[in-house]
Design a protein around this ligand. Structure first.
Ligand SMILES: Nc1ncnc2c1ncn2[C@@H]1O[C@H](COP(=O)(O)OP(=O)(O)OP(=O)(O)O)[C@@H](O)[C@H]1O
Length: 733
């Protein structure tokens, strides 16, 4: 047991080793509180005292949740060597986290954002204190756990940190070569002769490489032989990088470098986050200090990214779940543009659904302005459908970019550990992708039922409208019939010179409207039938196509991933063993064959089952969506036609009413003329009926004003205008 004034630690309880010392897990002697005790190695102690003390001097200046806290600087009781006591970060370094097989393709989006946010906050604090770290890398970012169990990342290892005034430069060389700014790399690694001064922004290069590494699980600049084996090429890659490129990889020995200005498809980050991250990376991975962003620009861009609101949106045409990061003050139109870029569905065609109901644009826009769109999760996203009826977009088949290891027949323990690591990473990634595909299909099924029920609502509304127009049609036909009788009656009076008007024209219009309405009704009934169970547009296919509950491929993939991890653990153990018996080696080789077989099975399951089932689902879904949207457009068009017919019929009714009025005027005139005594009683009747009709018309008009287009009332009303005139009334006086 080692002791200092207040702390105690065991030399066997190592948290980590570095080039200058070893860090042990310690405890406070009276409270028992855990701590990390950094004890300098012999090499560390050979450094000038000023350098040895630098870390604790820098740490003493800093006080931030994302920077490892200095607890004390004490002396070891026997050797009197200085020890630096810090808060302990029990979650290991980011370097060790990235080495875990599940993180071989980078961290998950939530973890990545946590790292980014914490590292940026820590760097910001350093900047405020005028400190440049000079050795930023995943190995110097530690994970601690808060009381609520959440991870916090903290910057550590301030051995090489120093104070730097704004604009000041330094000449000393420090840092870790893969993360080193190209200028420092040239001098520190390639030992180029001309001395140079460096600006504090070299930290930005290192943080750019670190962010890329955390996002993808690999370094951005990679000669085929590896960064440490081909240092000349490594330097060429970083200095010859085209503007905007964020990675340069030599895929094959002696071959050209493949530049990329995007993050690889294998990385676990969403497309939206990638699109926000790429410009940041492109601007900090810039060797020329005149082109590189300043700290302020970096902090502004990362702040903008980290402060965004998150909306989970499931794009049904793409069968993809998107994480959409929007600014709280973005307008709905801006959000729609953002979604258009991500999904290819232009704003005019975007249809949104939330919790089974259409997300009315007005509600959405009001909510977006206030920054409070509905709360969403990956399991409960807002659904985006496309109203487009054109050729559906190509199915977004899962691209699977994996590093599949080659299994050698030789027994090389170290090589086998690497192979097992790659195999386990690939198996985990296959399972993760498959699981995501299955989860997304669950959302797709739900989304399909939502858009179908909205379509049913549209159809129901159209049927209701049809009913209303039919009532109007019946009223118009009835009115036509009566008006035509009335006209016949009124024109029989020879003493009256002119006819009251021509009913034939209106009759033609009413008849044509009736024909058209019949046709629309037929079409609407056809659409309605297609929604019924068994119809073209029923969503029953959703349950029969794609994954079924009984399908256990994903569960099997989880088992295969777990078995691959077990093999890796076993191979790690084998590697630790100094000497293995022939039987041990035999078992090791059997395990390797099993690992190879497991990976083969996982790949076959993914391609032949998961992907093919999902492709079938996507294809069917795309065709169904297109048909549904075509029918939806048809229902909309029928609705417009019905509105037109409604107005046509209304205007016919008005014309007929006017005609009736004129007829009655004539009849009234006729009634005031001296009638022959034998028909006097009949004339009186006509006269009375005319009065009654006029009263009824007046009443009808005021009710129409009051009730507007209430067609059913109109119909009732038209019934009471049933004027009973004697058709046999004499034509002459
Ligand atoms: N506060 C801490 N809590 C837990 N582990 C720690 C802590 N600080 C350091 N470590 C572990 O100890 C290792 C070495 O620490 P540190 O990086 O400070 O040493 P170093 O000699 O300066 O390393 P380098 O070679 O990177 O310069 C770290 O990689 C980490 O795994």
């Amino acid at each position: 047991m080692q002791l200092s004034e207040n702390f105690t630690w065991s030399l066997t309880d190592v948290l980590g080793r570095g080039s200058t010392g070893c860090v042990y897990h310690g405890r406070h002697r009276t409270t028992g509180a855990p701590s990390a005790i950094k004890v300098l190695s012999v090499d560390g102690m050979r450094r000038p005292p000023e350098l040895q003390e630098r870390e604790s001097r820098v740490l003493a200046e800093l006080d931030h949740p994302n920077i490892v806290r200095l607890l004390a600087v004490e002396e070891e009781s026997v050797t009197r060597h200085r020890v630096v006591v810090m808060e302990v970060c029990s979650g290991g370094s980011l370097h060790s986290i990235l080495n875990e097989p599940e993180n071989a393709y980078g961290l998950s989006e939530d973890d990545f954002l946590q790292v980014l946010s914490d590292v940026v906050a820590g760097m910001n604090h350093l900047r405020e204190k005028g400190i440049v770290h000079r050795d930023l890398k995943p190995g110097n970012i530690m994970r601690a756990f808060r009381a609520d169990g959440k991870a916090t990342y903290k910057l550590t290892d301030f051995d090489t940190a120093r104070w730097l005034e704004d604009g000041e430069q330094f000449v000393s060389l420090c840092g870790t070569e893969e993360y080193l700014h190209p200028d420092m790399y040239a001098r520190a690694v390639l030992r180029t002769s001309q001395p140079r001064a460096y600006h504090a922004t070299v930290d930005l290069w290192s943080i750019g490489v670190t962010i890329y590494h955390v996002a993808t699980g690999c370094l951005p600049f990679r000669p085929h032989a590896g960064p440490r084996r081909d240092q000349k090429l490594m330097h060429q890659i970083t200095t010859r990088k085209p503007k905007g490129a964020i990675s340069g990889v030599q895929e094959q020995a002696n071959e050209k470098i493949t530049w990329s200005d995007t993050l690889p498809s294998s990385c676990l980050l969403s497309e939206c986050l990638k699109s926000l991250l790429v410009p940041i990376l492109a601007n900090v991975l810039e060797a020329d200090p005149r082109q590189c962003w300043s700290f302020e620009q970096f902090f502004a861009a990362t702040k903008d990214l980290l402060q965004r609101e998150l909306l989970h949106v499931y794009s049904l045409p793409q069968h993809t779940l998107h994480r959409v990061y929007y600014r709280a003050h973005d307008t709905w139109a801006q959000l729609q543009e953002l979604l258009s870029g991500l999904t290819g569905v232009t704003p005019d065609l975007q249809l949104f659904f939330n919790e089974g109901r259409p997300l009315a644009a007005a509600v959405a826009s009001a909510a977006a302005a206030g920054g409070h769109l509905p709360a969403t999760t990956p399991h409960d996203p807002v659904v985006l459908a496309s109203a487009g009826t054109g050729q559906a977009q190509a199915a977004a088949l899962r691209q699977i970019e994996l590093h599949i290891p080659t299994f050698s027949r030789n027994t090389d323990m170290l090589q086998d550990v690497h192979t097992a690591q790659d195999a386990a990473s690939a198996a985990i990634q296959i399972h993760r992708l498959s699981d995501r595909v299955v989860q997304e299909q669950v959302v797709a099924r739900r989304a399909a039922s939502w858009i179908r029920s909205e379509f049913e609502d549209d159809t129901r509304t159209a049927l209701q409208r049809l009913g209303e127009v039919k009532v109007r049609r019946d009223a118009a036909v009835d009115l036509l019939h009566k008006t035509s009788r009335l006209c016949t009656l009124a024109t029989r009076h020879e003493q009256l010179a002119s006819a009251p008007g021509c009913v034939a024209e209106v009759e033609a219009a009413v008849r044509s409207a009736c024909g058209r309405l019949e046709e629309l009704e037929g079409r609407l009934m056809e659409v309605d039938a297609s929604c019924a169970p068994g119809g073209d547009l029923s969503a029953s296919w959703c349950q029969s196509v794609g994954f079924q509950l009984s399908d256990c491929s994903v569960e099997r993939l989880a088992v295969l991933a777990k078995l691959s991890l077990d093999t890796l653990v076993q191979f790690d153990r084998d590697l630790q063993q100094r000497k293995m018996s022939a039987m041990d080696v035999h078992m090791h080789n059997l395990e390797k064959q099993k690992l190879e077989a497991n990976l083969k099975e996982a790949l076959a399951l993914f391609h032949d089952n998961v992907n093919s089932l999902h492709s079938a689902f996507e294809q069917k879904s795309l065709t169904w969506q297109r048909e549904l949207m075509e029918r939806k457009a048809e229902v909309r068009a029928i609705g417009v036609d019905m509105d037109q017919l409604g107005s046509q019929l209304k205007s016919a009714q008005e014309q007929l009413s006017a005609l009736q009025d004129r007829c009655f005027e004539r009849l009234e005139k006729m009634a005031t003329m001296a009638p022959p005594s034998k028909h006097l009683a009949a004339y009186k009747d006509v006269s009375r009926e005319i009065k009654m009709h006029k009263q009824k018309e007046g009443l009808k008009e005021s009710c129409e004003d009051m009730l507007g287009e209430q067609v059913d009332l109109l119909k009732r009303f038209s019934n009471i205008t049933n004027l009973t005139l004697d058709p046999e009334l004499p034509a002459t006086a």
